[in-house]
Design a binder for this molecule. Structure first.
Ligand code: PLP
Length: 236
């Protein structure tokens, strides 16, 4: 039942191979801008939200080991029930908005939370971490396009937020994450995120999705979040 048809398996395997080789060549371009030093290989986060179990099984079978989900409840079902046997051998990342009242569930389930975007949520995560003894790695989401409907700190709010995390809570953010506005060149947003990271001494950059991950890698992404280019269109 959780077996992908051979052709679907083959498609996902070929997509996976293709994406990894594109990441590789883009990373070589990135190294040109970095004095010839190759950055650590950018990681592929397979965005499994809404994808069928056979598709996710196919990704597991070909050795994909980092997955991204955007809803806590869906992720609990998938990685706490359906694929619970695989949970210990993969890394699980939350890439969707998190409500403070779900912080404890998120801390219990995820290795990485990429969508820290406000102080109230951070306080809830601190409390959940104290309670559970788990400290997920955190990425701060930056609303690089300052879009009113999008979550994320405004760029000018970042420095004070990072200082607070470090000084008051001794919790070092692992990285920054952004989702560029639709219909704008993503590169300007990746460039901004990369500069904000440098200015704040933050090393990892989660940026780039199916449509623009090669650009993101060229601009220094340390991880890209890819759903449809790997698994196919969601909900099909
Ligand atoms: C869904 C989603 C992705 C993956 O999108 P694709 O275009 O299918 O690659 C990446 N990042 C976030 C935050 C998402 O919600």
């Amino acid at each position: 039942m959780t077996q992908a048809s051979l052709s679907e398996f083959e498609i996902i395997r070929d997509n996976h191979h293709d994406i990894l080789s594109r990441i590789d060549s883009a990373a070589k371009d990135a190294s040109i801008n970095n004095g010839g030093n190759l950055n650590p290989k950018p990681k592929l986060v397979a965005v499994s939200k809404v994808q069928s179990l056979p598709r996710v099984q196919a990704a597991l079978d070909i050795g994909q080991s980092i997955f991204g989900e955007n809803r806590v409840q869906e992720a609990q079902q998938r990685w706490g029930v359906d694929f619970v046997d695989h949970r210990a051998s993969i890394e699980l990342r939350l890439i969707g908005p998190l409500q403070s009242n779900k912080a404890e569930d998120a801390v219990a389930l995820f290795d990485v939370i990429e969508t820290l975007d406000r102080e109230k949520l951070f306080k809830a995560l601190v409390k959940a971490a104290d309670k559970t003894g788990r400290r997920p790695r955190l990425y701060i989401q930056v609303n690089t396009g300052e879009e009113p409907q999008k979550s994320g700190l405004a760029p000018h709010e970042l420095a004070a937020f990072v200082t607070k995390m470090r000084k008051e809570y001794e919790w070092e953010p692992e990285g920054l994450m952004c989702i560029p506005p639709q219909g704008e060149a993503a590169s300007a947003h990746f460039w901004l995120l990369s500069n904000l990271a440098k200015a704040n001494g933050i090393k990892q950059l989660s940026m780039g999705m199916s449509a623009d991950y090669e650009i993101a890698v060229k601009m220094g992404a340390s991880s890209v979040r890819i759903g449809s280019a790997l698994f196919g269109v969601r909900g099909k």
